[in-house]
Design a protein around this ligand. Sequence first.
Ligand code: HEC
Ligand code: HEC
Ligand code: HEC
Ligand code: HEC
Ligand code: HEC
Ligand code: HEC
Ligand code: HEC
Length: 417
Amino acid sequence: MRPHLSRRNCVVASGTLAIAIGALCVACGNDHEKKSAGSGRPAPAAPGDRPAAVAGASATQSVQAAAACTDCHRTLHPELVRAHEAGPHAGKASCAACHGTDHAAIFSTDGEVSSARCGTCHARRYAEFRRSKHGRLLRQGAMAETLVAHAAAVGGCQATNGCHDVQRPNADGSVGRCASCHASHAATAGVAADPAICARCHSGPDHPQTAAWANDKHGVLWKQDPRSGIAPSCATCHMPANTHDDGAGLTASVVARPGRRAPTLVPALSREAHATARAAMVEVCAKCHGTRLAKATLAAADEARFDALLLCEEAAQIVRDLDAEGLLVPAPKDRPKNPVSEGGLALGGRQIYDAHSSRAERLFYDLFMFEFPGLWKAAYHTDPNLIRWTEREKMKTRLVELRAEAERLRSATRPPK
Ligand code: HEC
Ligand code: HEC
Ligand code: HEC
Ligand code: HEC
Ligand code: HEC
Ligand code: HEC
Ligand code: HEC
């Protein structure tokens, strides 16, 4: 993973273009002065690894004109420059407007363009983006601690083209990468409007929003005619009126219910917070539906989510009891320390992707981290099969397995009759 946080002090300078690269562009024709990069990053590759136009040259140089960016880069990667010149920013934002003019700084950040940089011209989108989880650090989300521990274990989640690069910390202190959805240089809005872009990250067993949407009438109709506007894409519901706050209209948790078991695994939401978010989402549906259908559909999804959570609560209690009886092997205290818990048993959002767990904890993990979100996320995206059949049956199977595991552990410690 790139050491983002250690680059906080890196400032992209403007003014003089100070090129300090192990290559020389034959097209520039400016005076060249020797300068050291001073960026901590080694000169990029040996001359032999460079494209033909610059191979063999090892001088560093300083160039005054921003037009030089295009001239030199055209010889390096002509299609990239052509994409820029054919794209929406041609004549509106130069290479330097997004990248700055200090080539040493460009290299020290791997060419990073921060959301704040885009925000200098797109202030409204930037402000909205920062309100949603897309524009907030990974460690500020609901399951954040677990995700951070996971990211540290597997690496690369926030590297370019990782699912969390949209939330990455930038060298200038801002958060987020607009280019996670937009193309860096080509016609960029159209790319972002295609659900296939959202699907890069919003798919898989623990967040099957794309599969659910595609399997539902909404996705089927959208694919038949993406331009008609008759059926909703992801952005229709999550970025209504072109907002970049994707969190708008999400209730994001369950409301405790009188007479039902209180949830311990997720924080409960207040009735008021639920009502406010729900009203915003119903307004989106109401462009195409009557409010009765919209409200009933979303209330059914709330109910499916709550019911599924109760199965998880039942499973959690089985694991807690086994822990209290000293039957979890290896016991939490005998394993490498969970970096986000105080030691001891950690369930729910604090349980980590762990290869050292006991079998009972792992069964619970699969239930809570994959099957439960699989079910409730499918429920809001109205996939009839995933909600009513596939995911629910998987959850019940897992609960049966967990009960059998508890019975096996207990019978192994019972004295023979
Ligand atoms: C509208 C802003 C914008 C403009 C204008 C722009 N770029 Fe970029 N460029 C980006 C973004 C965004 C990235 C991805 C950087 C990141 O990961 O943060 C990028 C990445 C790059 C990269 C590295 C990625 C790769 O594919 O190798 C190069 C090289 C590059 N730009 C060159 C240029 C050149 C040359 C120009 C002018 C012709 C230019 N850019 C104009 C936004 C811009
Ligand atoms: C003298 C030639 C030359 C000029 C002028 C030049 N660059 Fe570069 N630039 C390079 C070379 C060489 C690379 C490395 C390309 C590679 O890795 O294939 C590079 C890489 C980059 C990258 C990608 C960095 C990365 O880590 O992926 C960006 C962004 C970039 N330049 C922007 C600019 C901008 C903006 C300007 C004008 C202000 C500019 N360049 C002017 C030669 C030049
Ligand atoms: C120097 C100012 C400037 C910067 C920096 C800038 N843009 Fe733009 N951008 C513009 C202008 C001007 C337009 C054209 C607006 C219009 O036509 O209404 C535009 C248009 C766009 C569009 C609409 C294009 C379309 O296809 O309709 C998108 C999307 C966009 N920019 C995204 C970005 C992103 C992402 C970044 C950062 C990587 C960025 N911009 C950086 C000025 C800028
Ligand atoms: C989650 C994906 C996503 C991210 C991240 C994102 N955008 Fe967008 N953006 C979109 C979508 C979707 C559209 C709408 C495209 C359409 O309807 O044609 C859009 C449209 C735009 C437009 C054009 C609006 C118009 O009126 O046509 C601009 C400008 C823009 N985005 C800038 C940004 C900037 C700046 C950032 C970062 C601060 C950013 N976007 C981050 C998905 C995203
Ligand atoms: C018909 C409207 C609609 C469409 C289309 C739609 N969603 Fe959703 N989405 C919802 C609703 C409703 C919720 C749950 C709201 C709540 O929490 O109360 C939701 C929740 C979400 C969440 C947050 C919950 C979570 O999983 O963490 C994400 C992410 C998401 N949707 C992504 C997508 C993606 C990606 C697409 C396209 C493949 C998409 N949605 C299409 C209505 C929609
Ligand atoms: C590069 C990966 C990536 C792409 C592309 C992407 N997302 Fe996300 N999305 C994320 C991540 C990561 C989160 C935050 C997860 C967390 O912190 O719990 C998120 C969160 C969300 C949320 C919940 C927002 C909130 O504030 O609670 C919605 C809704 C959403 N995305 C919709 C979309 C839509 C619609 C698109 C396409 C236009 C899209 N995303 C594209 C990675 C992505
Ligand atoms: C852009 C328009 C649009 C939006 C926004 C939209 N839908 Fe739909 N929806 C449709 C269309 C079109 C159909 C297919 C209607 C049909 O079968 O005749 C559909 C079908 C449905 C169905 C299946 C109905 C049936 O009779 O089989 C449900 C349930 C549904 N939508 C719920 C929602 C909910 C909930 C929201 C908001 C979160 C929403 N829709 C937002 C266009 C939309």
